[in-house]
Design a protein around this ligand. Structure first.
Ligand code: AHR
Length: 514
């Protein structure tokens, strides 16, 4: 990382920002704080579900994971995949347990016992107090099976599949509103991968039929699997040209990791997320303009996270099809948590168009919550920025117009050292600033002009940073990395001043004084 050219050797880095209700973006959408449970690795089995665990309830759900899910502040949970859904037969996962078949899951090279399926998942969401978001299989299946699962899930008793749900123990319809029309259908790794033309037609016809059965749906068309796909943007344009009138959202997926040890670029990952969001917005609006449509397509960023994909070695033993093996169990450190905090800043600042998102995933698989079978559950480092942002981002999102020193990155060019966004909650009269110092060596003094808002005191200032950026939380040391009070924060004469340590994420809560 190069020091900003405007500073002398011993200068302290300074950045500034302004809080003003006139810089309103949009209301905070609770669905920004979604998560994802896929039948992958130990996310379901020994993740959310482990009968026999000392904390498990009568349905076999781990109580410790339920408690941590609530603490994380999750709003929606996408299910059951991911790549898994593109070969999934939802019928396998309902009805008497002893009649459920075991199947090979081609996506992750495992055996799916189908112990948990749709009804169990919905029951879990009620206990976790989250909204279910269901993905349907448009890889190996189509319109008929989409209508079947919709009838089973959402219709009142009186037709064959709705009656089957009642027989299976769920008298009331599940009332699922958000449905993803397939998963990453642009990816050649996807079972049933399609071209944009093939997928666009199928998604449009599926959506049309689903709405004929249930008008109260919010439908998500698959966008690109990531912004490096050769078809990125062209895919969205072609798919939306077919589906524009039938869907409400287009999906975005993005995972970040340090490449070749380049931490400077990694810390600026959300620059890529910003660009991706803005590219999809203009692409969607271009299609809307061509169709002369007054409608705006919203964005569902329904897979995002830090994922050490380069460490993922695939599925090594071709003959072996294990049940719920350890897969994608990344251990997150301090830098990863700072990056996750900054990705949330990006999502929030685009709240006018990104009104749904899901961190991938919830438990054990690239996850904020880890468990040991028969053992404890604990919070990874990335748990903390998510939980605090979900808890304190309330009211309206405000841009903060930061002015910051900059540094050069190999992947994203020249980027600011500071990134920040704020929220203002009229009801509680609380303003909250979320801020990241991306500098690897220098603290950053941030000064925020708050004269535009009726706030006069710092209610709480917490910072996540550590001298050892590789520190992680483990079963043995679950609280090695936690956010700590930042004693440097002070508010006087309408200005908040705070020192942000190098590689840090902070939440600064401001309100009225005594
Ligand atoms: O979240 C892990 C995988 O990443 C999902 O199954 C897939 O949709 C994406 O490629």
């Amino acid at each position: 990382m190069t020091a900003p050219s405007t500073l002398g050797e011993n200068s302290v880095l300074h950045a500034s920002a302004t809080l003003d209700p006139a810089f309103r973006v949009a209301p905070v959408s609770r669905r920004t704080f979604g998560s994802f449970v896929e039948h992958l690795g130990r996310c379901v089995y020994t993740g959310i579900h482990e009968p026999g665990h000392h904390s498990a309830d009568a349905d076999g759900f781990r109580g410790d994971v339920l408690a941590l899910t609530r603490e994380l502040g999750v709003s929606t949970v996408r299910y059951p995949g991911g790549n898994f859904v593109s070969g999934y037969r939802w019928e396998d996962g309902v009805g008497p347990l002893e009649q459920r078949p075991r199947r090979r899951d081609l996506a992750w090279h495992t055996t799916e016992p189908n112990t948990v399926g749709l009804d169990e998942f919905v029951r879990w969401t009620r206990k976790a107090d989250v909204e279910p978001m269901l993905a349907i299989n448009l890889g190996t299946r189509g319109v008929a099976e989409a209508l079947d699962i919709l009838e089973y899930a959402n219709l009142p008793a009186g037709t064959a599949l709705a009656d089957q749900r009642v027989e299976n123990g769920s008298k009331e319809p599940h009332g699922i509103r958000m449905w993803c029309l397939g998963n990453e259908m642009d990816g050649p790794w996807q079972v049933g991968h399609k071209t944009a033309a093939e997928y666009g037609r199928l998604a449009a016809e599926t959506a049309r039929a689903m709405r004929m059965m249930d008008r109260n749906l919010e439908l998500v068309a698959c966008g690109s699997s990531n912004s490096r796909m050769p078809t990125f943007a062209a895919w969205e344009a072609e798919v939306l040209a077919e589906t524009y009138d039938q869907v409400d959202f287009v999906s975005l997926h993005a995972y970040y990791e340090p490449l070749d040890g380049d931490i400077g670029s990694f810390l600026a990952s959300n620059v890529d997320m910003d660009r991706m969001i803005e590219s999809v917005v203009v692409t969607a609006d271009h299609i809307g303009a061509k169709l002369r449509s007054p409608k705006k397509i919203m964005l569902s960023f329904d897979e995002w996270n830090v994922w050490y994909q380069s460490r993922f070695k695939g599925t090594p033993v071709p003959e072996d099809w294990p049940v719920a093996p350890r897969q994608l169990e990344d251990q997150y450190d301090v830098t990863d948590a700072v990056v996750v905090g900054s990705l949330l800043i990006s999502l929030l600042r685009h709240s006018d168009r990104v009104t749904s998102a899901a961190q991938a995933q919830l438990v054990n698989v690239i996850a904020p919550i880890m468990t040991e079978p028969g053992g404890p559950a604990w919070r990874q480092t990335i748990f903390h920025p998510f939980a605090l942002t979900s808890r304190h981002a309330r009211g309206e999102v405000l841009r903060v117009e930061p002015s910051s020193p900059r540094y050069e990155t190999a992947r994203f060019g020249d980027v600011p050292v500071l990134d920040a966004v704020a929220t203002w909650d009229e009801d509680s009269h609380e303003a909250t600033v979320f801020a990241v110092n991306r500098h690897q060596d220098e603290p950053l003094v941030l000064e925020v002009d708050v004269r535009g808002l009726p706030v006069s005191a710092v209610r709480e200032a917490l910072t996540l940073s550590d001298d050892d950026r590789t520190a992680t939380n483990t079963a043995a040391q679950p609280d090695r990395v936690v956010p700590r009070p930042n004693g440097t924060a002070e508010l006087a004469d309408g200005r908040l001043r705070v020192q942000l340590p190098p590689v840090s994420w902070s939440v600064l809560r401001l309100g009225q004084g005594e």
